[in-house]
Design a protein around this ligand. Structure first.
Ligand code: TYM
Length: 340
């Protein structure tokens, strides 16, 4: 078995399920933009096939897909430099997803913490798609022979499963056709926590809107949510170790670091000794300065939906061009007759 050297390629995706948050921005989109500028080919998807693993209102799904595209572009993704498209327009995702659901083992799926978290005690009532989801995510990544996957901390287990699927496929078919992709999880914003509870992840599905900053929030709303963020009565210390048992304080320092492109160590040194009454307005000003223009630009882009659809269609054509030969070769390796 020869070892193939794969050309570096980046793929990542976000679910168009509404309420894109500061967590999605710092953990994902902002880092997508950095990778776009690194000289490596970058492919970024709106994963609508993933979104429908829980019921979506069709009109809202269409709106949220376009709004996510607007967010990508408003944050600095450029449809010329990166391939931007929605997943359902490239049928290879669903096809390779099926093949990988025949490679992945039930025992692997049963260990996925995201399914357990989402399904809770209601697993029997969840869709089969929600359970099979990680096989589709592996297909998203491997359909492009992706080598690097920028994600937030909560997606690490899914990328590890993707590696297991690639390795098992290669082993079972005595090939080295699929690369073993690397998760890229770095920077201060890879696990942004809820503003109301520092032990919970900031999430688009949290029932409390005050728990998160949405990319569509206006300047006043952003400032108000930061003012109301849960904290504690102690002043800020001069080192991060002292924040070990202060998750809300640690989260605000991380958010500041993520938004200002600094290390949390540098931020804590700068704000040591401050009360939250001093620090929160600084953070609110920074957040408004960084996020409000993105929200404004998203609103402007949403004024021309036809242009967004055109970008997604063109992106899908470019994506399909890469995907089709990889999918065809996969069918061939597995022994499917290809005669048309
Ligand atoms: P999704 O849509 O839940 O989240 C999109 C991206 O945002 C990151 N993220 C966060 N990062 C930091 N702090 C947070 N609070 C936070 N919340 C979300 C996520 O880690 C993710 O990077 N399964 C994926 C979508 C997906 C995908 C893929 C990703 C489908 N196929 C292929 C990469 C490659 C998901 O549900 O992400």
């Amino acid at each position: 078995m020869s070892k193939t050297a794969f050309t570096p390629r980046v793929f990542s995706g976000i679910q168009p399920s509404g309420n894109l948050t500061l967590g999605n921005y710092l953990g994902a989109v902002k880092r997508f933009v950095e990778m776009q500028e690194s000289g490596i080919q970058t492919i970024y998807c709106m994963v609508d096939l993933h979104a429908v693993t829980v019921w979506q209102d069709p009109e809202k799904l269409r709106h949220n897909t376009r709004e996510l595209a607007a967010a990508y572009i408003a944050c600095g993704l450029d449809a010329e430099k990166s391939i931007l498209f929605n997943q359902s327009q490239v049928s290879g995702h669903a096809e390779l997803g099926w093949l990988f659901s025949c490679v992945a083992r039930l025992g692997w799926m049963n260990r996925m913490t995201q399914f357990k978290d989402k399904a809770g005690k209601n697993a029997e009532k969840m869709s089969l798609g929600l359970y099979a989801y990680p096989a589709l995510m592996a297909a998203d990544i491997l359909l492009y022979h992706t080598t690097h996957v920028p994600v937030g901390e909560d997606q690490k287990q899914h990328v590890e499963l993707t590696r297991d699927i690639a390795a098992k496929f290669n082993h079972d078919y005595k090939t080295d056709f699929f690369p073993i992709p690397e998760p890229v999880i770095d920077g201060a914003g890879t696990r942004v926590m809820s503003l109301r509870d520092g032990s919970k992840k900031m999430s688009k599905s949290d029932p409390s809107d005050n728990s998160r900053i949405n990319m569509t929030d206006d300047a006043d709303t952003i400032a108000k949510k930061i003012r109301k963020a849960k904290t504690d009565p102690e002043p800020l210390p001069d080192n991060l170790d002292a924040l070990k048992d202060r998750p809300e304080a640690r989260n605000l320092i991380n958010i500041y670091a993520g938004l200002s492109d600094q290390k949390p160590e540098a931020v804590i040194a700068e704000v040591a000794g401050q009360q939250f009454g001093q620090f929160k307005p600084l953070l609110a000003d920074l957040a408004v300065a960084k996020l409000a223009p993105i929200g404004d630009e998203m609103a402007r882009l949403m004024g021309d939906v036809a242009e967004i659809d055109r970008i997604l269609g063109k992106g899908a054509d470019r994506a399909a061009e890469i995907a089709e030969p990889i999918l065809a070769k996969t069918f061939d390796i597995m022994g499917m007759v290809r005669s048309r």
